[in-house]
Design a protein around this ligand. Sequence first.
Ligand code: DUR
Length: 333
Amino acid sequence: HKPTYKNANFPTDGEGRTYHLGTKEGEVAPRILSVGSVSRALLLSKLLDPPTPGRPLFQRTSSRGFLTITGRYDGEPVSIVSTHMGQPNMDFVVRENRAIVRGQMAIVRLGTCGAVQRPAKLGDLLIAAHGSIAIRRNPDYWTLMDGRESLLRASNSPTRNGTANGTTTTNGNSGAATYGGFSGPKPYMTSLPVPANPQLAALLAAEAAQVVGPDRVVEGLNASADSFYSSQGRTGSDFDDRNEGLLADLVAAHPDLVSLEMETFQLLDLARCSKGSIKAIGMCVALAERYSNAFLEYHKLEELEISGGNAALRALAHVSLDGPSEAEAETLK
Ligand code: DUR
């Protein structure tokens, strides 16, 4: 049967289940491991304390395909949530879990990413200890460029030079692009960095180094893009993406940039805006080496997911959190 939802502002069904994740109060722990796929959630659920007949694992898949598994790790209640990919999905996971969990929360993302520059290398665990920036494709660049191109054609302007064939000159990271003598927005916008929770970052880095060795863990800045392709600097001939210089520009502007993926910025940005109620950090397995074009062999990924999963679960189980306030506990009665 189909549930009915009340309140378009924040829809929940008659049982108090959220709209996309489909969980309700009591089903999700304040300590959440966010992973990118259902298969990774199932794999890492094997790391939880063994369920007993009296205390089975909680497991629920929503109509939108979000899987939530709740159990314990080192005796501490934790939930593993499959978040899928991209910033809007991370937005569902953070906001809908915040709505049904009481007290302070800790959220660790364990995902995959591209390694942008050395020392980050294939198979390393990259921790967003320096926070994350966002990279967004700016459609206004193309809208305004079309206008300028027809202007240029019409006037056959003598100022037209080598840049008018479509290449752009980019000045820094927040500046405008000059195009055929005109200036306008750049094709990609990058945000300022948003910090990670320092306590959780330090705990996770120590746990990760313990599991895989310090030479396989790199702490630095992450960038979350709104595409796997254009805004991550992947090039091709099907689309006019103007991203050939994107990776080089990013590295020049952010010497500590290590990882490029699609979710961590949303997690850290929401944690920053959570009025102190969410501690968050992101860690990812370097699946692609963007500077050499190497891609991790898939059979090696599972072992790294388990190593990263153990480190993330240990950090989650051991980070200090404020419990529900008396006022919150009161509303639970
Ligand atoms: N991912 C990237 N870029 C990479 C490697 C992995 O975005 O180069 C992550 C983020 C996203 C998914 O969830 O994997 C896309 O395949």
